[in-house]
Design a protein around this ligand. Sequence first.
Ligand code: IPE
Ligand code: IPE
Ligand code: MG
Length: 249
Amino acid sequence: MPSVEEYNEKHDLKIPAHIAIIMDGNGRWAAKQGNPRLTGHHAGVKALEKTVQACAEEGVKYLTVYAFSTENWKRPEEEVTGLFQMISLYVRQYTRKLKKENIRVQILGEYEKLPEPAVRSCRYIVEETGDNTGMVFNICLNYGSRGEITRAVKQIVRRCQDEGDSLTAEDITEELISSCLYTAEMPDPDMIIRTGGEKRISNYLLWQSAYSEFVYTDVLWPDFGREELMKCIAEFNGRHRRFGGLDHK
Ligand code: IPE
Ligand code: IPE
Ligand code: MG
């Protein structure tokens, strides 16, 4: 059996090191079947499980998923409460599996503001998988990119005002700002996938996506899995990234 790297090389498919996903369309998936929105979120968890597995097997180094935005609090209380119950359950259920598969989980966002059981589950999974050395799996929970940047600015201003810290305005670089974001020490996403047919960023990874390739699919998130992932990776392979330079093709 060839290794993942050997297989991909042979098939000439470059696997993005960092994939970020806006998992959208759960509600519409449920509505299509005449079911309540929460059944769509439950189906979404199954799709996430398949996608995590596929990414790890394909050799993706970082997978970052948008699970709950700072704007999602605007939804009906019943949906928000149900989502958090589901998140606590999912996290607890999959901790052992992810630990065994050498996947390291990180939570990005103000997750401490979630209800206590969800916060505890998050701390548990991060701690339990903390020594793993395989794929990094980032779950964005109560995440908003403008909030993330605002938080970074506050941290930097506080350091500038702190007399015991020698930081001045002149020392503020792009690297310093990046290091104050939740994604500190991670490469920027190479590809951002949005399912569900909408073509917008919805306050996700605004700073980090400066040169990401955007891939949109009409597939609703609960129907996503390995096959759809590979289609997105194939589309990524057809793109010519220039990073502002010249294309030497
Ligand atoms: C994405 O699916 C999941 C979350 C935002 C939590 P939606 O719930 O937004 O599903 P649609 O877009 O209404 O179909
Ligand atoms: C983005 O989806 C947030 C998540 C997937 C968690 P939304 O459904 O909240 O985005 P909008 O409201 O369509 O922009
Ligand atoms: Mg949506």
